[in-house]
Design a protein around this ligand. Sequence first.
Ligand code: PEP
Ligand code: MN
Length: 339
Amino acid sequence: MIIVMKAGAVKHDRDAVLKRIRELGYQPHVIHGATRDVIGAIGDERGKLVLHALEAMHGVESVVPILKPYKLASRELKRETTRIRLSDTVTIGGEEIIVMAGPCSVENESQILECATAVKAAGAQILRGGAFKPRTSPYSFQGMEEEGLKLLAKARDLTGLPVVTEVINPETADLVADYTDILQIGARNAQNFALLKKVGQLKRPVLLKRGMAMTIQEFLMSAEYILSEGNQQVILCERGIRTFETATRNTLDLSAIPVLKGLTHLPVIADPSHGTGNYHYVAPMAYAAVAAGADGVMIEVHPDPERASSDGPQSLKPSKFAAMMVKLREFAHAADRRL
Ligand code: PEP
Ligand code: MN
């Protein structure tokens, strides 16, 4: 940690800070500046955020950490990108761009089977579909729950596609894990620490979505919750954040992709469907995400978007999805990736 003293701090203030630093088990080093002193506190600062409390001491202007507060998620700890192997043919974080596609919600058998067959034919490697839906309104469709999980399992049996579906609370996490290949934590639960700890204890890869008001550092701290419980299989998903802009549902933070790729070894994907909220913008933002270095994309696809129970306006019809996949392949090749 670096402790920056105020310009007007007196020797008495500085000596009190030095004493406290030593009491906390650190070695202080004073750098005398023209107008103020700066003190370096040497020691393993991670997990000892108690040094932050020095900011309350007289004469202290700020306390600045040198190391990042996350450890297991950082590239400093692990240089190579984590690869998450789902089957003999599907690995997330490798050379191949992974496309997770399917409806926002599982609605009935024919809808999910039709969707699964169509996205597979177009080249998607993973089927998505919500069975437990964390809706903003309690009056909106809440999902088919276990019945929906059974239909997803049926779609997997039919197509061979691994499945990703959302888990919304610790109580139903074991049930969801029994049916799915990847557990999704939604934006609304991205700082539900009890849920993060629970999925950290399960033996299933976790797709962690960025909360709509989360900084990149907070996003990585949420990943750290899962990793620190022993589950190393975490995929990060940029899905748009809240800004002042109202022309799109959220603002897809494309710059978060290269930033995250630099900071963490975890695979990073983007969700342009929730990121934009409008099917017109989904394909261009998917191309942009791959160009920005994403390891994959998540796309909502519905056979009949006008009649969808949730997120119809941002869902692609299967024909539009297939057309997007053809072009996405070219962007993948331009980014030295496969699809
Ligand atoms: C979803 O994937 O259907 C979903 C609810 O996404 P988010 O949590 O990003 O809003
Ligand atoms: Mn949705």
